[in-house]
Design a protein around this ligand. Structure first.
Ligand code: ADP
Length: 470
C-alpha cells in the first residue's frame, strides 16, 4: 500500500492548525496589550502633566509651595520652577537644588532652549534618564511681571507602565504556555478520536482489499465516521454475498452444463451400441439427445443474454405495440399445458388502450418468463391469471398464480441470477435460474417499474408497468 508522509496525516495537520491558531491569538494579544498599553499610558500621563502645569500657571500668583510639594510627591512628578536669571522658585528635590534622579542640568537647559524656540510656549517629549528610566518631559513658559520669564519644567517617570508591561508579559507568557498546552491537548484528543477509528477502518479495508469479504468495520467517535463504517460494513457484506453468488453461479453453470452433456453422451453411446438398429428405441434415444441439447442451448443463450444485458451491450428495438397482442402470443405455447395437465391460464383485461412503448421481442420474453415461473411454481392449484389494466399513463401487467409463494425476506433477492427461494432447493424446477435476472434487466432497460408480491402457500403476483408513449 502507498505510504503517506507524516506531515500529511490528520493528527499532524490538526495539531499544527490548533497550535498556529493559539499562537497567532497569543501574538495578537501580546502586540495589542504591550503596544496599546505603552501608548495609552503615555497619553494619560501627558494629559495629567499638562493639567498640573495648567493649575500651576493659574495659581502662579499665590503658589502654595507645601501643597505643590505634596502634589509632586503624590503624583510622582518632579516639578522645577526657575527664572531666566537662574533664580530657583521651586524644586521638588529636597536634597539637592538641582534635579538629579529624573533630569540633569543639561535637560533643564534643553527645555529652556526648546521653549524659546516654541511659538506656543510649551514643549513635551520623552527622554531616557541617566538611570535608564523613560521620562516624560514637559516645559511651559510663564511670564512673571516682576521676575520676567519663568521656566516651568515637569518630569514624570513612565516607569510604572514598564513594570505593568513586565507583569503583563509574565502573565502572557504563562497564558501563552497554558493556551498552547490546551490547544495541543484538544488537538490531540480530537485527532485521536478521529484518526484512530479511521486507521482501524483503513486496516479493515486492507483486509477487504485482500479478498476477505464480509469483514465488519468499526467506527467509534463521530457520527460521520460511524456512518462511514456502517456503509463500508454494508458494502463488505454485499461483496461477500456477490462473491457467494459468483461461486454459486460457477457451480450451477458447471452442474447445469454437465448434466445434459452426460445425458447426451450416454444416449449417444446407447444409440451407437444398442439401439442403432432398433428404429423405435433409436428414435426415443435421439429425442432425449435433442431435448438435452435444447436445454443446453437454452442455458447458454440465457447466460449470453444476461451477460450482454449486464455489460450494457443490448440495444432495444423501440417501438409502439399492443401489449395484449404480446400477451396472447406469449400464452399460445401454454395451450398444450392447459389441455394435458389441467392448467387454467386466463387472460383478463381492464381498459381499452394497451399500446405501450418498448421492445416487443423483449417484453414478450418477459411475459413468457413470468408465465413459465407461474406455471412452474403453481403447485397443486393450477390457476394462473395474466391481467392487463390500462390507464391514462400506461399499462400495468400482472401475472398471478396461487402456488407455493415466496417468503417475504427472499422477495428482494429473487431477481438476482441463480437465486433460488429456500423452498426451491436443487435444480428440480428445470429452469436456468436466470429467468428473473434477465426479466429485471429488460425492465431496467425499459425504465419500467416492476415488483413482486407474494404470500407463502397462497401464491405470487409479478407485475410491471409500461408507458403508452416513450
Ligand atoms: P428459475 O429458473 O429457478 O425459475 P428464476 O430466475 O426464474 O429462476 O426465478 C428465481 C427464483 O424465484 C426461483 O428459483 C423461485 O424460487 C422464485 N420464483 C420465481 N417465480 C416464482 C413464483 N411465481 N412463485 C414462487 N416462486 C417463484
Amino acid at each position: 500500500m502507498k505510504k503517506y508522509p507524516k506531515p500529511r496525516s490528520l493528527r499532524f495537520r490538526l495539531m499544527l492548525s490548533f497550535l498556529l491558531f493559539a499562537g497567532s491569538l497569543m501574538l495578537l494579544l501580546w502586540t495589542l496589550q504591550v503596544l496599546f498599553l505603552q501608548n495609552y499610558y503615555e497619553a494619560m500621563k501627558t494629559r495629567e502633566v499638562i493639567q498640573a502645569a495648567d493649575s500651576i500657571v493659574q495659581e502662579y500668583g499665590d503658589l502654595d509651595l507645601s501643597k505643590l510639594q505634596e502634589f509632586s510627591y503624590k503624583t510622582d512628578m518632579y516639578i522645577h520652577l526657575e527664572t531666566e536669571g537662574g533664580l530657583l522658585i521651586y524644586t521638588t528635590s529636597d536634597t539637592s537644588p538641582r534635579p538629579s534622579t529624573f533630569a540633569s542640568v543639561s535637560d533643564l537647559a534643553q527645555i529652556r532652549t526648546l521653549l524659546e524656540a516654541s511659538p506656543g510656549g510649551s514643549v513635551s517629549y520623552t527622554v531616557q534618564t541617566r538611570h535608564g528610566i523613560d521620562t516624560l518631559v514637559y516645559g511651559r513658559l510663564i511670564h512673571d511681571s516682576n521676575l520676567g520669564k519663568v521656566y516651568l519644567s515637569i518630569f514624570a517617570p513612565l516607569s510604572p507602565v514598564e513594570s505593568t508591561i513586565e507583569i503583563l508579559r509574565d502573565q502572557l507568557i504563562i497564558v501563552t504556555f497554558i493556551s498552547l498546552a490546551v490547544a495541543f491537548l484538544i488537538a490531540f484528543v480530537l485527532s485521536t478520536r478521529l484518526s484512530d477509528p479511521l486507521t482501524r477502518i483503513t486496516r479493515t479495508a486492507g483486509q477487504l482489499a485482500k479478498g476477505k469479504y464480509g469483514v465488519t468495520f468499526e467506527g467509534s467517535g463521530y457520527s460521520e465516521v460511524a456512518q462511514l463504517a456502517d456503509t463500508l460494513t454494508h458494502t463488505s457484506r454485499e461483496l461477500a454475498r456477490t462473491d457467494e453468488l459468483k461461486k454459486d453461479l460457477l457451480a450451477n453453470v458447471s452442474h447445469d452444463l454437465r448434466t445434459p452433456l452426460t445425458m447426451i453422451k450416454s444416449y449417444a453411446e446407447m444409440v451407437r451400441d444398442l439401439s442403432g438398429n432398433n428404429p423405435v428405441k433409436r428414435e426415443e434415444h435421439l429425442n432425449v439427445i435433442i431435448d438435452e441439447a435444447d436445454r443446453l442451448n437454452l442455458l447458454v443463450s440465457d447466460l449470453l443474454t444476461l451477460s450482454k444485458m449486464q455489460s450494457g451491450n443490448t440495444a432495444l428495438e423501440w417501438g409502439s405495440f399492443d401489449l395484449k397482442e404480446a400477451a396472447v402470443s406469449a400464452l399460445r405455447p401454454f395451450e398444450l399445458l392447459q389441455e394435458q395437465d389441467g392448467f387454467r391460464i386466463s387472460l383478463e383485461t381492464e381498459g381499452e388502450d394497451f399500446t405501450v412503448w418498448g421492445d416487443y421481442g423483449r417484453i414478450r420474453q418477459v411475459l413468457s418468463n413470468l408465465l413459465t415461473n407461474a406455471v412452474r411454481y403453481s403447485g397443486d392449484n393450477k390457476a394462473v391469471t395474466l391481467r392487463l389494466c390500462s390507464d391514462a399513463n400506461g399499462v400495468r401487467c400482472e401475472v398471478q398464480d396461487r402456488g407455493i409463494g415466496i417468503p417475504t425476506e427472499e422477495l428482494s433477492h429473487i431477481w438476482e441470477r441463480y437465486y433460488r427461494a429456500s423452498s426451491q432447493s436443487g435444480r428440480a424446477s428445470g429452469g436456468s435460474g436466470l429467468g428473473l435476472a434477465i426479466t429485471k434487466e429488460i425492465f431496467v432497460l425499459h425504465g419500467a417499474s416492476y415488483g413482486a408480491e407474494s404470500t407463502v402457500g397462497q401464491g405470487s403476483t409479478f407485475w410491471f408497468s409500461l408507458k403508452h408513449k416513450g
